[in-house]
Every structure is written in structure tokens, then in C-alpha cells.
Design a binder for this molecule. Structure first.
Ligand code: COA
Ligand code: MG
Length: 290
């Protein structure tokens, strides 16, 4: 099945569904996407009220020019799953986030139930991979359904499951980031990097987001509106990168017209894969500018 144009998911802001003020605020924030959270952002005693409050808050619709809306339900093995999914479907979000996915069956179960609950609008899915078993089954999870539009790394849950020692630099995540990014790209889904919990450290966040982008991620989960700027800066190509990409494409096109496959730009070899990287950078920048 061919996929529609992917949405901009460079920043996905978590909004706890138990916080009506934050839900209201989310309508007008310049966030590319928001995730209304029924899972770990909501206390165990607030699950039902958060679910009902979210449905009521979104009953009047969502601004078409607002952030792309997602709802994160509790996991398939929890007592909340079915009611959460029913509520999520009633909110008519762009997508439903499925936490703690460990096998394709988690995605398949959501597909079957959503088909029953939603009125045929084609709600997409965003599985979270956040356990050792999830990492082992990452490729099977991302390819479980054509509805999977993006895949998120849940780095803090994964750290708990794996016994990782978290650092600000995040070197301990490199392998897991690579697995999730690869599994997502292999199926045409957008890989979404984990949160950076210190929302008072914009420079640390920008470095962390840049590392994720360099490893192939297409966006990042965030927890506070103040994190929008640093992540946007990390994901936007710089003027220098764009300028270099244009020169690479021009030089290569000219070389090809002359029958050559390799050129030198700024003292560096440029061949087909380098040109593909440059074209990709230019097309991503073009999409964001629209
Ligand atoms: N979504 C929407 N608005 C948010 C927001 C969010 N995630 N976080 C903060 N805001 C708003 C606040 O409502 C406040 O606006 P207001 O003064 O107009 O009401 C403004 O931004 C400043 O908030 P601030 O006082 O700095 O934040 P806080 O101390 O109240 O909350 C957190 C800090 C971390 C608790 C809060 O940002 C949050 O709940 N984030 C999401 C956490 C989450 O979902 N975790 C689970 C997934 S990892
Ligand atoms: Mg998690």
C-alpha cells in the first residue's frame, strides 16, 4: 500500500490528559505534534477521569492548523486498554500511541479493536519500543500493519528494563536508537527519539536531539513547551548544510551531463550516495518550509 505524505513529527509534545489547562494550551502551541497521554503521564488514581476529561475536551474538534494530535493509551496488557482505545477513537486523533509494544501481536490487537471503535477515518498507529524484548522484535512490530506511521523509542522505560545507567550524553542508548531508527526506516515509518527529561537544560537537549537526528531519527518526544525551540533547531538543516547540498547536486548534475560519476566539491569526493544524502536534506527542508 502506498503511504500518504508523512506529517511533520519533529517535536511530539506530551500533554497529560489529566491536565485540562495543558490540553487547552496545546491547541495554540507551535508544536508540530502533541500526544495526549493516558499512560505514564497520568497517575493510577486519575485514569478514568483523565480519559473522560480528554474526550470531553476534544469533543468540539481540533483546529486543523493545530499540532497533529495523537492519544497514548495504556498498554495492551493493562485493565485500561480497551476503554482507553474506545476513548482515543472517539477523540478522532491522527494517531494512537501504543506503549510497551513487545511483539507484532500488540499492534495487531489494536488494529482489530480500532476497526470496531472508529468510524472509518483510518486512525494511524505509533508503537513505542521500550523493553529488551521490544528491541529484539522491533522490525516485526514496525511491519505489523500499514497503519504504523511512526515508531518511538521509550528510552527511560528501556533503561529501567535493561538496567542501563543513563547519562546526559546518552552513549548508552546508541545501539537501541540505531535499532529503532532502522526498524522504522525499513518500513517507511518515522522514527521518534526518546525524551530529554531535564527541561531546564536547552543546550543539553539540543545536543541530544542532534545526536538522534544524526542516528536517523525524524523527530523527538518532548515534555515541555520550552523544549520546542532546541529540538526545532537540532532538526532544521543549517543554511550552510543547505548551501553545500545545493552545490553538491549542481556539481553532480553537471558531471553526469558530461558522463562522469564522481566529482570533487570542497576537496571531498562526491558520488551517487553523497548526492542522495544531499537531495534528501533538500527535500526535507522543502517539506518543512511548506
Ligand atoms: N503541555 C502543554 N502545556 C504545558 C506543558 C505540556 N506538556 N507543560 C507545561 N505547559 C504549560 C503550563 O500549563 C504553563 O502554562 P500556563 O502558565 O499558561 O498555564 C506553562 O507551560 C509553563 O509550565 P511550567 O510551570 O513551567 O511547568 P510545570 O512545572 O507546571 O510542569 C511538567 C512541568 C514537567 C510537570 C509538565 O511540563 C508536564 O506535565 N509535562 C509532561 C509530562 C509527561 O507527560 N510525562 C509522561 C511522558 S514522558
Ligand atoms: Mg514509556
Amino acid at each position: 500500500m502506498s503511504r500518504e505524505a508523512p506529517p511533520d513529527l519533529t517535536s511530539m509534545l506530551f500533554v497529560p490528559a489529566s491536565r485540562p489547562r495543558m490540553i487547552e494550551k496545546a491547541r495554540t502551541l507551535p508544536a508540530p505534534a502533541v500526544i495526549f497521554d493516558l499512560e505514564d503521564g497520568v497517575g493510577v488514581g486519575e485514569k478514568r477521569s483523565a480519559r473522560e476529561g480528554l474526550v470531553a475536551a476534544l469533543a468540539g474538534g481540533w483546529p486543523p492548523t493545530g499540532p497533529v494530535p495523537f492519544v497514548r493509551v495504556n498498554g495492551t496488557t493493562t485493565e485500561h486498554f480497551e476503554e482507553d482505545l474506545r476513548a482515543a477513537a472517539a477523540c478522532l486523533p491522527y494517531g494512537v500511541c501504543l506503549p510497551k509494544c513487545e511483539s507484532p501481536a500488540d499492534v495487531e490487537q489494536a488494529v482489530v479493536m480500532l476497526r470496531e471503535f472508529e468510524p472509518g477515518v483510518g486512525i494511524r498507529l505509533l508503537p513505542f519500543i521500550e523493553s529488551a524484548l521490544g528491541i529484539l522484535n522491533a522490525a516485526a512490530i514496525t511491519s505489523a500493519s500499514d497503519l504504523v506511521v511512526a515508531v518511538a523509542l521509550g528510552s527511560e522505560d528501556l533503561a529501567a528494563d535493561m538496567g542501563l545507567r543513563r547519562t546526559v550524553e546518552g552513549h548508552e542508548l546508541a545501539y537501541f536508537r540505531g535499532v529503532v531508527a532502522t526498524a522504522a526506516r525499513a518500513t517507511g515509518a518515522i522514527p521518534i527519539d526518546g525524551v530529554f527529561v531535564d527541561f531546564n537544560d536547552p543546550n543539553g537537549l539540543e545536543r541530544d536531539a542532534a545526536t538522534g537526528r544524526a542516528l536517523g531519527f525524524g523527530g523527538k518526544q518532548i515534555i515541555h513547551p520550552s523544549q520546542l525551540g532546541p529540538v526545532a533547531r537540532a532538526y532544521a538543516p543549517t543554511d550552510a548544510e543547505l548551501e553545500r547540498a545545493r552545490r553538491i547536486v549542481e556539481a553532480f548534475d553537471e558531471a553526469e551531463r558530461e558522463g562522469r560519476g564522481v566529482v570533487v566539491v570542497d576537496g571531498r569526493m562526491v558520488d551517487r550516495p553523497i548526492v542522495l544524502q544531499a537531495r534528501r536534506l533538500l527535500s526535507t527542508a522543502g517539506q518543512r518550509a511548506e
